[in-house]
Each structure stands twice: as structure tokens, then as C-alpha cells.
Ligand binder design. Structure first.
Ligand SMILES: [Zn+2]
Length: 81
């Protein structure tokens, strides 16, 4: 497991609707500069772009969210089904 930052949100799993409150950063930039991964909790804001991910505890879907200007662009489940 690599190091990442922690993002707390109210996003829900698009497959089973389970609330997932802790996401991990895959990569995030702040005004175009790559944010260091320091296992810190960060809040997304309009300066940030990138991708975050999480594993749903309930249905085990691996989820990736594309972040554009601090907002979700798209949640895509990455599971074989
Ligand atoms: Zn789920």
C-alpha cells in the first residue's frame, strides 16, 4: 500500500448506495502542482483536480472519482461485474 491523503466526504457507492466516508487520493493537484501524499486529511476545494478512490465495504466495488475543480466529475465502479 502506498501513502495517500484522506478525503472525507458524503459520497455514496453508486452500486449499493452505501455511504463511504473515507476516500484515498490517487493523485491530486492544487493549482496544477502535485500535492504531496502525507496521510493527512484534506478537504477538496476549487483549486484541486485529480482522482480519488475507495473500496466499498459493503459490495466490495473499487470506486474511482475524477475530481475537477474540487467537484466530482464522475464516479466509476471498477469491478468485474
Ligand atoms: Zn457498494
Amino acid at each position: 500500500m502506498g501513502i495517500y491523503n484522506i478525503i472525507k466526504t458524503n459520497r455514496k457507492c453508486p452500486r449499493c448506495n452505501e455511504k463511504i466516508d473515507e476516500w484515498q487520493s490517487k493523485y491530486l493537484t492544487y493549482d496544477g502542482y502535485v500535492l504531496e501524499k502525507l496521510l493527512k486529511e484534506i478537504k477538496l476545494n476549487e483549486h484541486m483536480d485529480g482522482e480519488i478512490h475507495a473500496l466499498c465495504d459493503n459490495c466490495k466495488a473499487f470506486l474511482e472519482v475524477t475530481i475537477v475543480k474540487g467537484k466530482d466529475k464522475e464516479i466509476k465502479p471498477r469491478s468485474p461485474q
